[in-house]
Design a protein around this ligand. Structure first.
Ligand code: ZN
Ligand code: ZN
Length: 285
């Protein structure tokens, strides 16, 4: 039984219709790729309701260029109705398709109440929590490269860790997505252990899982998220893991799951976590 716990319906820069035909494409590719269940976790910033509730959050950044870039990014991505997305996936579930309802929620400091209100009306199977922005600095997109060049790397890593800790403590999410995505472009401080410890502590203290995300393998860093040391410490701390491709197209479902499973086993895991109606069960790896 393989569950891909982190899947998007639209690639960045594109807006294919999110409808039953698109869901069917994913289900077909899942079968072809050996994936039994697909957890759709579309980005928060795809939804018009999220944009309306959070509009202007980027202005909190003192750098007006970064704020403008983040506004443009949100403008470029927003195109879906949250209630329609939920209805579409719930209908597919009701019809017996092997799909689950999730979202990838961005942590936006100071906006926990709005995020909670956005999630509240719906029966999520699983909510992923992500830190993509430090203020309006988008750390995992090539648009952020000039800012990476300007900043002190250790300080970026420290700020990232603090935001993950806030996110984990906010009681909004079940899983910390791509836990050490801050390494994506290979800007790494001499000592990564403080972040590693912080990630495990944040998950353990709040009863969250860490995601083993294979998408890093096709990024400049060319590694799984998170680092093997994080997995080893998480195993000792009793933190569960999920398996995730972070696919943005159907063909990539289940990509590199053998590598993810091998990493989990190497850290001592014998099971991985799956969520249904936000309740965790543990399945054999
Ligand atoms: Zn993400
Ligand atoms: Zn994602």
């Amino acid at each position: 039984m393989r569950i891909d716990a982190h899947v998007h319906l639209q690639p960045h820069g594109e807006r294919p219709p999110v409808d039953r035909a698109r869901i069917a494409q994913y289900v077909d590719c899942a079968r072809a790729n050996g994936v039994d269940v697909v957890v759709f976790t579309e980005h928060l910033f795809r939804f018009r309701e999220a944009y309306a509730a959070l509009d202007g959050w980027w202005e909190a950044d003192p750098n007006p260029q970064l704020a403008a870039a983040t506004r443009a990014y949100w403008d470029d991505h927003v195109n879906l109705s949250l209630p329609e997305y939920v209805r579409l996936i719930e209908q597919a579930k009701a019809d017996g398709l092997p799909v689950r309802l999730g979202m990838e929620l961005d942590w936006i400091p100071g906006r926990a109440a709005e995020l909670r209100r956005l999630l509240a009306p719906y029966a999520w199977d699983c909510v992923l929590g992500s830190v993509h922005w430090l203020g309006s600095f988008l750390i995992d997109d090539e648009a952020g490269l000039p800012e990476w060049q300007r900043r002190d790397i250790a300080a970026v890593w420290q700020e990232y860790g603090q935001l993950v800790e806030e996110l984990a403590g906010a009681g909004l999410v079940d899983v910390l997505a791509h836990p050490d995505v801050v390494k994506v472009f290979g800007f790494r401080p001499p000592d990564e252990r403080p972040l590693h410890r912080q990630l495990v502590r944040a998950a353990a203290a709040n009863g969250l899982a860490l995601e083993i995300n294979t998408n890093g393998l096709r990024k400049p860093v060319a590694e799984l998220y998170p680092h093997p040391d994080v997995l080893a410490a998480a195993r000792v701390a009793g933190v569960p893991v999920t398996l995730a491709s972070d696919a943005h197209i159907p063909e990539r479902l289940g990509a590199w799951f053998d590598e993810a499973i091998a990493a989990a086993r190497a850290a001592g895991y014998r099971t991985y976590a799956a969520y249904d109606q936000r309740r965790r069960s543990d399945l054999p790896l």
